[in-house]
Design a protein. Structure first.
Lengths: 118, 694
């Protein structure tokens, strides 16, 4: 599977994404391949585990940006939701946990696809 | 202006940096920073290369806002534009960013093309701004330089003009510059010390420039007053004083002084620099604080400069002497506060006064002093030699003159120096050694013009064979009175030249005797003319006169007139003719003689002093000429001389009578000189000579 095919499979608007990369498809591909190794997600999960609101906010925010850049809109939105809630002060586990769950699912989906790229 | 071509991208997420980098890397050099701290460091180090900073907000270590704050505090924000590239989409952050000085805010995710355009816009705008600022700065620098040039040119022109004027006063050109510098020192001291006289540097510059024109009015003062070495008369002084007002007039005619403040300084300094604190100055008689401060300062500077500089008519005083003279009020009355500043500025002033003239002066001054000193040296050498040569002789003279009581002199032609003995000083005042004698003697008002001619004649008469002379002239003594002196001089030749090289002699005061002689002469002459003397009574006065003259030789002319017997002629007319003859006769004879009417038709002329036969003949002929020139007169002349023809006047008169008689034998209009053969004549007793029988 090519990168573009994988991205399409993940629901990415590849044209727009390539455009965002200044037309540099190769650069896009590079970063797509790097995505699974990006530490942001694991750092976020670690923060969730210890319930560090601050760190959760930051990493979620970062992940949101990265996902958006790569065209993973859904993942980005879900991160945004978490960030928003945390900023509003809704820090109780009841609120955060479902949001985190959603992020996890989407993330996993994307990773699976990426892993299928040659 | 160096083109800035580097963009700094600040974001903690590599991906973000990569994307941005991608957008600009073909046209720009990219620098990256992971957090705010790094960004600050890079900006510090390479700020002058950066065209823009793309700054993320949310970053670890130091976030974007903090970066901005630091950039604003260090004012780097003015140098490098900053653009927020942020995922934060709330207005609060945006506003804060703008407040902190961010140039633009771009939200993520962004459209690359749009971001490109916006970033380029910011870069270009900033470049323009910098370009303009630079240009402005350059222009400012150029303007300042031109202003300086203009100022210097101005100062140069003013200084040159003033120097030209000062040159006419035969004063050195440095006078102006020194007064400027002294004025500057005093002004600084004043504003330092007294709050109410606080002058800005610009004002001080203006005032010192204005100082250069303070004596501009002197150009209208005539040379004979301006260059007079001695004291001025009252009317001359009044003309001199007018230079203050004339200067003001000149200034008013100058269109070029457009700056009102500068003009005011020039005008007031020109007008008031001779006012005095106590009101006794000129031209307006202002006193105290009515005198503008700058005029007071220039006044003091002028005085100080004059004292510490060398002039023709006064020596150069040291700084210390000048200071004490000024403080003692010897050179005018000044504002006491000003004097305090004067004291304070002592160090600065001293530095000024010992500054060598070369430093800021024309060559003129230095050339003059070199010449002067060379001349002085030469003079010294000559004087030394001369003195050495004459020293021995002088010592001899000294002894003799002291004994004789006369003034002895010694004149050297080559050096034109006249050296007198010490007594000269007591009688005439002044130095015993007189230089430039030739010039000074003829110019001198102390010897009457006719006596100067006597001197000239006597000097010209000196020759190798006849190298001495004796003349009597009048000289003005210390008291102002003109007294008679007899100069006996003797010329000396060192070499075979035609003209003598030295003249030595003595000056004897014969005033008393001379006055007596003149008195007697006049007495006798006037008495004779009125006919009050007869043969008998005339003897004694003439004798006395001859004695007073120390006359050891002379001649006596006895003239008898014969009027054409014309009964129609009245006695009155006869008398008039006779009187006229008497006057003509007197004109013929000069000072060293007595002329008078002895009787109704007899005249007598006594000539004293040396004579020669030729001279006697010539004189007699001249008397005869008088007869020819006058109508209806004939005469006879008998001439006798003393001492050969007789020891006393009386006997000589006797001989002259005989000579006259002899002449008459030959007819009218004849004359005869006495000789022994005439002794045989027995003169008839002439009835009109009262009772004297010869």
């Amino acid at each position: 599977m090519t990168v573009l095919e994988a991205l399409r499979g993940a629901g990415v608007d590849t044209e727009a994404t390539i455009y965002r990369f200044g037309g540099n498809q190769i650069l896009l591909e590079k970063f797509v391949r790097k995505f699974p190794h990006d530490e942001t997600y694991s750092s976020l999960m670690a923060a969730v585990k210890v319930d560090n609101i601050e760190k959760m906010k930051n990493f979620a925010h970062t992940l949101k940006g990265t996902a958006a850049n790569l065209g993973f809109e859904e993942l980005s939105n879900r991160c945004a939701a978490l960030v928003s809630a945390l900023r509003n002060g809704s820090i109780s586990v009841d609120v955060t946990e479902p949001l985190v769950e959603k992020i996890k699912q989407e993330y996993k989906k994307i990773i699976d696809i990426i892993l299928r790229i040659e | 202006m160096r083109r800035r071509n580097t963009i700094l991208i600040v974001d903690d997420i590599e991906l973000n940096r990569a994307i941005l980098s991608e957008l600009f890397q073909d046209k720009h050099i990219i620098m990256e920073a992971e957090n705010g701290q790094e960004a600050i460091e890079l900006i510090e180090a390479h700020g002058d290369r950066l065209s823009v900073v793309l700054l993320d907000v949310v970053m670890p270590v130091m976030d974007g806002i903090e970066v901005l704050r630091q950039l604003r505090d260090s004012r780097k924000i003015e140098e490098v534009p900053v653009i927020f590239i942020t995922a934060e989409n709330n207005e609060g952050t945006a506003l804060r960013g703008y407040t902190m000085g961010v140039s633009d805010i771009i939200t993520k995710p962004f459209n690359p093309d749009i971001v490109c355009r916006r970033v380029e816009n910011v870069i270009e705008l900033h470049e323009h701004k910098r370009f303009l600022e630079e240009k402005l700065q350059e222009q400012y620098v150029i303007m300042e330089q031109q202003e300086q040039k203009l100022k210097r040119a101005n100062t140069f022109v003013i200084d040159t003009l003033s120097t030209v004027i000062e040159f006419r006063n035969c004063e050195s050109g440095t006078h102006i510059r020194r007064i400027r510098n002294i004025t500057e020192v005093l002004l600084k001291s004043l504003s330092h010390k007294y709050g109410e006289y606080d002058f800005t540097q610009e004002q001080i510059s203006m005032i010192t420039d204005a100082t250069a024109l303070h004596d501009i009015g002197k150009i209208a003062i005539p040379d004979f007053i301006l260059l007079k070495p001695g004291k001025l008369t009252e009317s001359e002084y009044n003309i001199m004083k007018s230079h203050t007002l004339i200067g003001c007039e000149i200034l008013q005619n100058l269109d070029c002084i457009q700056d009102k403040e500068f003009f005011q300084y020039c005008y007031e300094i020109c007008r008031h620099h001779h006012e005095r604190w106590d009101g006794n100055g000129y031209p307006d008689g202002l006193s105290g604080d009515d005198i503008p401060v700058w005029a007071q300062v220039v006044s003091l500077a002028d005085v100080y400069e004059a004292l510490t500089n060398k002039w023709v008519y006064k020596p150069q005083y040291t700084h210390q002497q000048a200071v004490s003279m000024i403080l003692n009020g010897e050179c005018g009355v000044f504002n006491p506060e000003l004097l305090k500043c004067f004291m304070d500025a002592e160090e600065a002033l001293k530095a000024e006064s010992i500054k060598p003239d070369d430093e800021d002066s024309s060559n003129f001054a230095t050339t003059i002093s070199a010449e002067e000193s060379a001349l002085a040296e030469q003079e010294n050498k000559l004087s030394q030699q001369t003195l050495q040569l004459l020293e021995l002789e002088r010592q001899k003279y000294h002894v003799l003159t002291d004994l004789s009581g006369d003034i002895v002199f010694d004149y050297n032609v080559k050096e034109d120096i006249l050296q007198f003995s010490e007594k000269y000083m007591h009688v005439f005042g002044g130095d015993c050694k007189v230089k430039n004698v030739r010039e000074r003697l003829w110019r001198s008002g102390r010897v009457p013009e006719e006596d100067k001619k006597k001197i000239k004649k006597a000097l010209e008469s000196l020759s190798l064979l006849d190298n001495s002379c004796k003349i009597q002239i009048r000289i003005q003594v210390l008291s102002g009175e003109f007294q008679w002196f007899e100069i006996s001089a003797c010329a000396l030749w060192e070499t075979e030249n035609a003209y003598w090289e030295n003249l030595i002699g003595k000056l004897e005061n014969i005033h008393q005797a001379k006055m007596e002689t003149i008195r007697l002469q006049e007495q006798v002459s006037s008495s004779l003319l009125t006919g009050t003397y007869n043969c008998e009574t005339i003897v004694e006065p003439i004798d006395r006169y001859l004695n007073s003259m120390h006359a050891d030789s002379g001649a006596l002319f006895l003239i008898e007139l014969d009027m054409d017997q014309d009964d129609n002629m009245e006695n009155v007319t006869e008398n008039t003719i006779l009187q006229r003859f008497g006057e003509n006769l007197k004109k013929l004879f000069q000072n060293t003689s007595i002329v008078g009417r002895l009787d109704e038709d007899k005249f007598i002329a006594v000539l004293c002093g040396a004579y020669s036969q030729a001279m006697l003949t010539e004189t007699t002929e001249k008397i005869c000429e008088l007869f020819y020139n006058m109508q209806s007169i004939y005469g006879n002349i008998g001439v006798a001389c003393f001492p050969q023809d007789g020891p006393t006047f009386e006997s000589v008169l006797n001989k002259a009578e005989k000579a006259l008689y002899s002449a008459k034998q030959y007819g009218k209009g004849q004359y005869a000189f006495y000789d022994d053969e005439m002794d045989i004549f027995q003169l008839p007793v002439v009835a009109d000579i009262n009772g004297i029988v010869y």
